[in-house]
Design a protein around this ligand. Structure first.
Ligand code: GTP
Ligand code: MG
Length: 193
């Protein structure tokens, strides 16, 4: 996967790209590394990242090999956002997933150092309820020792009982490139073959 182009930043669901291409959506809390994931998978610096949460503010569409879209969403759970804004965002997100028949995969990214939050559990439940194929990606594994990683995996399975390593759970590090091969293989088999 070499060719990636930034297509557009969407602020309103009426502005979604008109092309009906299979779409992978990256979702998760603010600061877990969604934008960094794009940069690491596609060896680019196109996606803007930041050490402080709340960097991505629009639904950002990227086109890969002219075959599929990968979408970087704003993170949720960003503390500085008002409840009103949070509710509006949750509403928009649910609408986005519900109306968009091109979404073929949701990659829910979490920070492997922390337990999933209520909002993660809600997102997981929502995506299941509308039957969108789902992968959970534990990012920032470079920050954990082997024993800590083993404990983190166990915890995640407790929170999301349907998750199983090798099936729909990926261990990842944007910094070290851990898990990159598996992700490339997955995306290639789903959208480029
Ligand atoms: P929002 O746009 O606010 O939703 O955040 P995001 O999920 O897009 O996170 P972003 O990619 O901007 O990364 C947040 C911070 O985490 C940055 O400082 C990244 O350098 C760092 N980061 C991302 N991935 C990794 C990783 O695998 N390991 C480590 N150690 N840091 C990472
Ligand atoms: Mg981002």
């Amino acid at each position: 996967m070499k060719k990636i182009e930034f297509i557009k930043a969407v602020y309103n669901l009426s502005e979604l790209p008109k092309q009906n291409l299979p779409t992978v959506v990256l979702c998760g809390r603010s600061n877990v590394g969604k934008s960094s994931f794009i940069n690491s998978i596609f060896n680019t610096k196109m996606a803007k990242t930041s050490s402080s949460p709340g960097k991505t503010r629009s639904i950002n569409y990227y086109l890969v090999e002219n075959k599929f879209f990968i979408v970087d969403l704003p993170g949720f759970g960003y503390a500085k956002v008002s409840k009103k804004e949070r509710d509006a965002w949750q509403h928009l997100l649910e609408k986005y997933f519900s109306i968009n028949e091109n979404i073929k995969l949701a990659m829910h990214i979490i920070d492997s150092r922390h337990d999933p939050m209520q909002l993660d559990i809600e997102l997981n439940g929502f995506l299941h309820s509308i039957n969108i194929p789902y992968f959970l990606l534990m990012n920032k594994t470079d920050k954990l020792k082997q024993s800590e990683l083993a404990a983190a995996k166990k915890r995640v399975v407790k929170f999301f009982p349907e998750i199983a390593l090798g099936e729909n759970l990926l261990l990842y590090s944007s910094i070290k490139g851990t898990g990159k091969k598996e992700v490339v293989k997955l995306l290639t088999s789903l959208f480029l073959m």
